[in-house]
Ligand binder design. Structure first.
Ligand code: MLT
Length: 269
């Protein structure tokens, strides 16, 4: 499905009925990374997975953009679908966007799952690494970005034993235009520090992380879970950064049992 949102066309999957759950993908992937979650969640929820502007099937609109621009695209899509409030799941860059979204539109958020992400802004070294990657993208193209990103996204075991998944992740990366990869890197380098926001998140929250995630490790997840009031923390064994693809059953189970607990109790336990 697609929707014209101002100057861009956003492509999205909208499957199932019930409370809406919006899935925000990682850098530099697209909504197909959520295939195992769409299958599972859509049995009980209206599951919406969006290609962020410039990714997958969505058009690019203007560049550069900020993470707030990407958050506003999602808010506009919810307006288009006449959805007032949704559960949000954001993984990595999707988590950065979810924090920006909460800062701008807290009333639109029913509950949050922050997966394999962090609240801190980039360190100076982290930012320098982004600009180095921008140079690589501009001079060598998206395949070179895939070579760099795959070992950061997936565990060594997955890379060795699951060529099909590695191929899917590579295909998502190289399908994105270099301009999108560059714009994402700039937006992430310039993103604000969300640590001060954490104490203000007044919605049930699950913080989830793969135990082998080196990019946004369990220590980053702990920081978020400690500061967000009543947040729940889940650490998924054997998963690295894209934990929803590496350990889809554990990921889905963790999210669904969190949603069940807040549904039956009205509060996060
Ligand atoms: C992602 O998976 O979205 C990125 O690794 C996030 C980042 O580079 O900080």
């Amino acid at each position: 499905m697609d929707a014209q949102i101002k100057d861009i066309r956003l492509e999205y999957t909208d499957q199932g009925t019930g409370t809406p759950i919006v899935l925000l993908h990682a850098f530099p992937l697209n909504r197909t990374m959520w295939a195992p979650q769409i299958d599972s969640f859509s049995a009980n929820f209206r599951t919406i997975a969006v290609d962020l502007r410039g990714h997958g099937g969505s058009s690019q609109g203007h560049t550069p953009y900020t993470l707030e621009d990407l958050a506003t695209d999602i808010k506009d899509l919810l307006d288009h679908l006449t959805i007032q409030q949704a559960i949000f799941v954001g993984l990595s860059m999707g988590g950065y966007i979810l924090m920006a979204f909460y800062r701008l539109y807290p009333d639109r958020v029913k509950s949050l799952v922050l997966a394999d992400t962090r609240a801190q802004a980039d360190t100076p070294e982290g930012r320098a690494g982004r600009f180095e990657m921008i140079r690589t993208a501009e001079t060598q193209g998206a395949n070179a970005i895939a070579d760099i990103m795959i070992p950061r996204l997936l565990s060594a075991r997955t890379i060795k034993t699951n060529p099909e998944l590695v191929g899917k992740v590579r295909a998502m990366i190289i399908h994105n235009p270099v301009d999108t990869i560059v714009a994402d890197l700039r937006a992430m380098a310039e993103r604000s520090d969300s640590v001060p926001l954490l104490a203000q998140i007044a919605r049930p929250t699950l913080v989830l992380v793969g135990e082998l995630d080196h990019g946004t490790p369990p220590s980053d997840a702990r920081l978020m879970a400690e500061r967000i009031p009543d947040a729940r923390l889940a650490i998924l064994p054997a998963a690295a950064h894209v934990s929803n693809l590496e350990e889809p059953e554990a990921f889905n189970q963790s999210v669904l049992s969190f949603l069940e607990s807040i549904d039956s109790n009205g509060v996060n336990q």
